[in-house]
Structure formats: structure tokens, C-alpha cells
Design a protein around this ligand. Structure first.
Ligand code: BJ8
Length: 423
């Protein structure tokens, strides 16, 4: 609509490139999502959210901004939404799930940089992301070397980048560093919003975020049924939307879908037949609109029953203890919660192996597909011990290394089909 066009113009988007992005996105959504059979009716909500992802949601955020609320963008699940909400700001995930403006990007980043980082730059250089352009603060974090160094350059392209340091080890010192970085972040967010975080506002924010994560847990648990009541693609979409939707509305909508899934389970209805091979996906995060591998898997005779990923259970597994009775105790609880995230940038990272095993068993997975983005050292390196552990337990594992391009889709499909046939 005209209203959206002037909104995008005011945000400084490149309208021509933005149109191109929206049309690619819309076509992919139709071919991959709307082509699925027997989807839960409640997914209509997510279809609507996706169709309005650059429209209505942006308008809502800009309306909030007019009321004085700030928007904070993030590239990693280590940025605590609890602190952001407690200071009356909104956190949005900056997706980085598609190639854009690659020629421009390669003027700033070496070719052998992972697709996720390149995508973050592509959206900036192409001026096509209304979330990024609308954000009052963008948070980068010292995780992998690629992101850490890329933020130095990104800082020259955007003027409101805040960089958070993160530990590399789950040690006493590591825990202290995380707590002090969260204190520093709290101060920076308070300065941005002009709102001091109180005990009550932090406690309420913790409860809001816990409720969102609990709704996702409910979804995860329902997926351990056979036949699977929801596709992996649709469950991934729910996880992806959780990064930019209003958290309270998202939670309500997801519970509605879970109610519907419970009815399906009672009626033994599913999205695929009973005894369809069940796959656990594990590895790098899949940001919108990165649907390539799940699409290949689910059009090759298998169903995905879990995501061991930051856009999935790694990002949402743990809740934050809200029982503390001082603001300091709540900040400790926030720190403890995030300190459990088992990202491959940590060394050693044995928790992740245990969590993959636990998920494979909980969801009755017949096999695990490890998804590593090309040039992502942390996850590609860790995929080898992951595979070894799974083989020791007689769980088949397929290691995939890919990027956002479609050139390898045929070859990937052949490998995935051969793997599924063995299960
Ligand atoms: S907590 S997984 S969201 S850092 S794919 S950019 S690791 S080279 S994304 Fe992540 Fe936070 Fe960890 Fe999660 Fe680097 Fe690998 Fe690229 Fe990656």
C-alpha cells in the first residue's frame, strides 16, 4: 500500500531492491510453506505475520517509537530480551537468512566468510531491512571470530552499534564476565530509553520471556508424537517469528496452535504418515528466510521433529528463575540462564553433546542431520565429535555443509534421500 511505501521511504530503504527482496521472499514462502499439506489451521497466524513482516509489524514498531519506545536489534541469542523489555524497549532479531548485495558485501568481507555474516552486511549495504534501519541500537557480540571482526567493519556502516563481550569458557571468570557485560548492557539500555530498570519491571520482563519460551517448549513436546502433528518447516517458522513478533501476542497464538495440535494427536492425525522417518536437525541457526535444508528434508520423505539450534531449542531451552527478591538476584538469574547456552564458540562444550543426545531420545529421532554453514569453524569443527558420539550410540548422523545458494540443492537432496533411505 501507499502507506507502507512512504514508511519504507522514511526509513531510508532502497525501494527498488526492497521490492525485489519482497518478491523473492513471497515466492519462496508460497513454494515452500503454502505448498505443504495438512497444515494446522493456526498456522494462518504465522502466514499473516510473514505476509506483513515488512508491513504491519514495522508500522506497529514505528507507532511504539512515536510513543517513546526504543527498538533494539540483535544478531545473537546472548542478548537478553529480559533486560530490553524491562527498560521499556523492544528486541528484534535481525534475520540474516538470505544472500543480498553480495558483490557489495565482498568489498567489505573476505569471500570465505559464513553466509550469515555476509547476509547481515548484505541487508545493510542493500538498504532492505526495515528492522535494521528502524533500530535505535544494534547489538553485536563477541562470539565467533567471524562476527567479532565483522562488527568492527559493521560499526563503520551503522552509527548505533553496541558491542557486547562474551566469555569463551564456562568458568568462574567466564560467568563473572557475562554478569559484568549484562550490567554494562543494562546501563546502556537505560541510557538509550531514559527508563531505569526496577525490580518489578525486570521481574515482569522475565515472566513475559519465560511465558514465550514455555509456549515453545509446549510445541516441542507435542512434536514427539507419531504421526508428527506439525511439520518441521512450520515449527521452524514459529521459532523464527518468535524473534520479531510482539512476545505476548506470539505466546497466545502459539498456545492456540498447541491446543489444535493436541486435538490432532488425540485423533491420530498428522502432517505425514505414521512411521515417517524422524530427523533431528542440529547446528547453525536458520534465520528467516533460510528454509533450504528443512525443505529438502521434508520433501524427501522425512519429518523434522526438533531443532538443536539457536532458532530452536538451544535458544529457548532454559527459563530464567524469577524468584529472586532483589534486582541484583534477578540479574544473577538472567546471567545464570544465558550462561547455560551451549553455543559452539565455547570451549570445551560438552553440554551440547549431551543436549543433542537428550533431544534425539526425547523426540524419538531416527537420525540426526548436522547443519554447518560453510566457513563456520565452530560448528563445522564440532560436527565431528557430534557425529562420533551419535555413531557410538547407533544413531545415524549426516553432516551437511552448505550456504544460502541454491546451486547445491540437487546434490544435497540426493545425499539427504540416501540418508533417509537407510533409516
Ligand atoms: S549463541 S550460534 S546466535 S553466536 S554461523 S556467525 S557461529 S561463523 S551464529 Fe550464533 Fe549466538 Fe552462538 Fe547462537 Fe559465526 Fe558460525 Fe557464522 Fe554463526
Amino acid at each position: 500500500s501507499n502507506e507502507y511505501i512512504s514508511m519504507w521511504k522514511d526509513l531510508g530503504l532502497n525501494l527498488e531492491s526492497h521490492d525485489a527482496l519482497l518478491s523473492v521472499l513471497g515466492n519462496a514462502y508460497t513454494d515452500i510453506y503454502l505448498a505443504q499439506k495438512d497444515r494446522p489451521e493456526g498456522m494462518g497466524y504465522f502466514d499473516f505475520v510473514m505476509s506483513e513482516v515488512h508491513g504491519l509489524r514495522i508500522k506497529e514498531l514505528l507507532d511504539e517509537k512515536k510513543q517513546g519506545r526504543k527498538i533494539i536489534g540483535s544478531y545473537c541469542v546472548f542478548v537478553p530480551e529480559e533486560i530490553v523489555l524491562a527498560a521499556n524497549a523492544t528486541l528484534v532479531g535481525l534475520c540474516s537468512g538470505a544472500d543480498f548485495a553480495m558483490e557489495e558485501v565482498e568489498k567489505y568481507l573476505p569471500r570465505n566468510t559464513c553466509a550469515l555474516i555476509k547476509s547481515a552486511f548484505g541487508f545493510k549495504l542493500g538498504q532492505v531491512c526495515p528492522y535494521l534501519e528502524g533500530a535505535d541500537m544494534v547489538v553485536g557480540e563477541n562470539t565467533c571470530d567471524g562476527k567479532k571482526k565483522a562488527y568492527e567493519t559493521l560499526g563503520s556502516l551503522i552509527d548505533n552499534l553496541y558491542v557486547m563481550d562474551l566469555p569463551q569458557m564456562k568458568s568462574v571468570n567466564g560467568r563473572e564476565l557475562l554478569r559484568s557485560e549484562y550490567d554494562r548492557f543494562k546501563t546502556a539500555v537505560e541510557k538509550l530509553t531514559g527508563v531505569a530498570i526496577t525490580f518489578d519491571s525486570l521481574k515482569t520482563a522475565i515472566q513475559t520471556v519465560n511465558a514465550k519460551r514455555s509456549a515453545l517448549h509446549r510445541l516441542y513436546t507435542l512434536r514427539n508424537n507419531d504421526p508428527a502433528p506439525i511439520s518441521g518447516l512450520d515449527a521452524l517458522l514459529a521459532n523464527q517469528v518468535s524473534f520479531y513478533d510482539n512476545p505476548v501476542r506470539f505466546t497466545q497464538s502459539l498456545h492456540k496452535i498447541c491446543d489444535e495440535l493436541e486435538t490432532r494427536i488425540e485423533e491420530k492425525k498428522g502432517v505425514m504418515q505414521e512411521k515417517t522417518p524422524r530427523i533431528l536437525l542440529s547446528g547453525c541457526p536458520m534465520a528467516v528466510p533460510n528454509w533450504k535444508l528443512p525443505w529438502i528434508v521434508e520433501t524427501s520423505g522425512a519429518v523434522i521433529v526438533g531443532e538443536e539450534s539457536c532458532v530452536g531449542e538451544r535458544g529457548t531451552r532454559n527459563l530464567t528463575d524469577d524468584s529472586g527478591d532483589t534486582i541484583d538476584a534477578l540479574m544473577d538469574a538472567v546471567t545464570d540462564r544465558y550462561f547455560q547456552v551451549d553455543c559452539a564458540i565455547f570451549t570445551p562444550n560438552s553440554d551440547r553433546l549431551e543436549n543433542i543426545m537428550q533431544m534425539a531420545q526425547a523426540y524419538n529421532a531416527d537420525g540426526v542431520i548436522h547443519y554447518g554453514l560453510q566457513f563456520c569453524q565452530p560448528y563445522l569443527m564440532e560436527s565431528i565429535p557430534v557425529e562420533k558420539m551419535l555413531e557410538d550410540k547407533d544413531i545415524p548422523c549426516l553432516r551437511i555443509e552448505t550456504d544460502y545458494g541454491m546451486e547445491d540443492a540437487g546434490q544435497l537432496k540426493t545425499r539427504v534421500e540416501a540418508f533417509i533411505e537407510l533409516l
